[in-house]
Design a binder for this molecule. Structure first.
Ligand SMILES: *[C@@H]1O[C@H](CO)[C@@H](O)[C@H](O)[C@H]1NC(C)=O
Length: 470
């Protein structure tokens, strides 16, 4: 009441100065500075709010007063650092902003015998979520509220600092004050709403943690493993979400429902070293037949959750050509994610230090003739769009100078085999030729006989002729 009287007196004794409204956005529960440039020689400064009276004021004597609303449990939510007055700064600092703090504030001071007023519109932004930790599969909403609500403002949503794209593909949704989605672990994080109004911009955030299987974050993720090695099939629930009835199953190849058989070396009971929300499984000795689709499942908060993934097996095929040329080919049971292959040669120097040398790009490595320098590990690394996917190793061991032992025996076997085939063919051809030759000879004999007969007949004719003449 007293404050009001004082204010009334001051405002009556001064004439109104320039009036202009500036907008300031602030997130609820944060701090804000409401600007006021004041060229005043007088110590009299008043900050007030529409319909709420004095916020803070200072009298000629230097005494300061606070409006009761701004004294929270004896804690002053507003202050106006007077050390700055001389520099013409009469800004009001507000902490722990509440939604109902929004509105028009006025800063009044005396300059050159005139009462001056500066107005600031404070808009408080608050993001609220329907549930801070929904379980995947459940509907939830995020709302962006601004007090007082600006007319013709635009809103934009960001999730973890990237423009939010609705998984349902409706881009229109991102320009709404309320977002409604089905919870999935990919929607976990910091939701920020960015409000723009008449050239001013403000933002506020709220965090959301969706309970579910966080790793892999999506269905149909690919897990890479090399033949003969151990593989881990990940299935990690969000920290603290301990699933009941955890299970794993493999789908029959080519079917999306028919169960298949889990590999013989498959294990998934979580050891004491792993938290109970990590239900990852392990395959000790991966074989080509273990390739395919796997599903892990569990119940969290009454909601059945599952994650499907694809185990992709990598192996290296070694080929040997006629000239003892060795080729290594990187083979994967699914190549849909692979963008490029890289071959590296790994050797160890006498001190055991690992030396890695990149050899070439491409699926197939043409090694030529294998020699001593080629001893070591030949690793095929396969890369996807987002980096390395995995690797598979082929070892070439030193064999007492007989590096290519297996190779040459393979080479010899095939050589001998081909040679024998050739020989058999040759013999067959010769036999055929001989047979033909024999047949020809008989024909010649017959024709010789014919000649003899012919000659004999002729002789007989001649003789008869001569007898007739005699
Ligand atoms: C192959 O992958 C394993 C496990 O991911 C890694 O430890 C190893 O360094 C990789 N080898 C090469 C040569 O990249």
């Amino acid at each position: 009441m007293f404050e009001f009287l004082v204010f009334g007196l001051i405002s009556l004794s001064m004439t109104e100065g320039h009036h202009e409204v500036q907008e300031v956005f602030a997130e609820s529960n944060s701090k804000v500075v409401l600007p006021c440039v004041c060229n005043t020689s007088s110590r009299v400064i008043i900050w007030r709010k529409d319909n709420q009276g004095t916020v803070w004021r200072q009298e000629k004597s230097g005494m300061q007063f606070w409006g009761s609303r701004w004294l929270q449990n004896g804690d002053r939510r507003v202050r106006c650092p007077y050390s700055r007055f001389e520099r013409g700064d009469c800004s009001l600092h507000i902490s722990n902003i509440r939604e109902d703090d929004g509105g028009v504030f006025e800063c009044r001071f005396i300059s050159g015998g005139q009462s001056m007023t500066r107005s600031v519109m404070l808009r408080v932004i608050k993001v609220s979520v329907s549930s801070a930790a929904p379980v995947a599969g459940i509907e939830f909403s995020v709302h962006c509220g601004v007090t007082p609500e600006p007319v013709g403002a635009s809103v934009q949503w960001r999730l973890n600092n990237s423009t939010f794209v609705s998984p349902s593909g409706e881009n229109l949704k991102t320009a709404q004050w309320t977002i409604e989605e089905t919870a999935s672990v990919t929607l976990t994080g910091e939701w920020t709403c960015v409000v723009a109004h008449q050239g001013f911009e403000g933002r506020a955030s709220a965090s959301l943690t969706v309970k579910g299987i966080i790793h892999p974050p999506r269905d149909d993720a690919r897990v890479y493993a090399a033949v003969g090695c151990a593989a881990t099939l990940p299935c990690v629930f969000s920290p603290g979400s301990i699933p009941s009835k955890p299970s794993w199953r493999k789908l029959h190849p080519g079917s999306s429902t028919k169960p298949g058989r889990l590999p013989s070396s498959f294990s998934f009971s979580s050891p004491a070293s792993k938290p109970a929300w990590d239900q990852s499984a392990r395959v000790e000795d991966v074989g080509l037949e273990d390739e395919g689709r796997y599903t892990c499942a569990g119940v969290v908060g009454g909601q059945s959750l599952s994650r499907r993934m694809q185990l992709v097996i990598a192996k290296i095929d070694r080929g040997v050509s006629w000239m003892k040329m060795v080729t290594l080919t990187c083979q994967l049971t699914d190549t849909s994610e692979v963008m490029r292959y890289e071959w590296v040669h790994v050797t160890y120097d006498p001190s055991g230090t690992r030396l890695v040398k990149s050899i070439q790009e491409g699926k197939t490595l043409y090694m030529g003739k294998v020699n001593v320098e080629d001893v070591g590990e030949w690793v095929c690394r396969f890369h996807g769009k987002e980096g390395l996917l995995g690797n598979v190793t082929h070892r070439i061991a030193p064999q007492n100078g007989h590096l290519t032992g297996s190779t040459s025996s393979l080479y010899n076997t095939s050589f001998v085999l081909s040679l024998s085939v050739l020989l058999v063919l040759l013999v067959l051809i010769l036999v055929q030729l001989y047979k033909k030759h024999q047949r020809r000879k008989k024909i010649f004999q017959f024709s010789a006989l014919e000649t003899i007969l012919h000659v004999k007949v002729n002789e007989r004719d001649k003789r008869e002729e001569s007898q007739v003449k005699k």
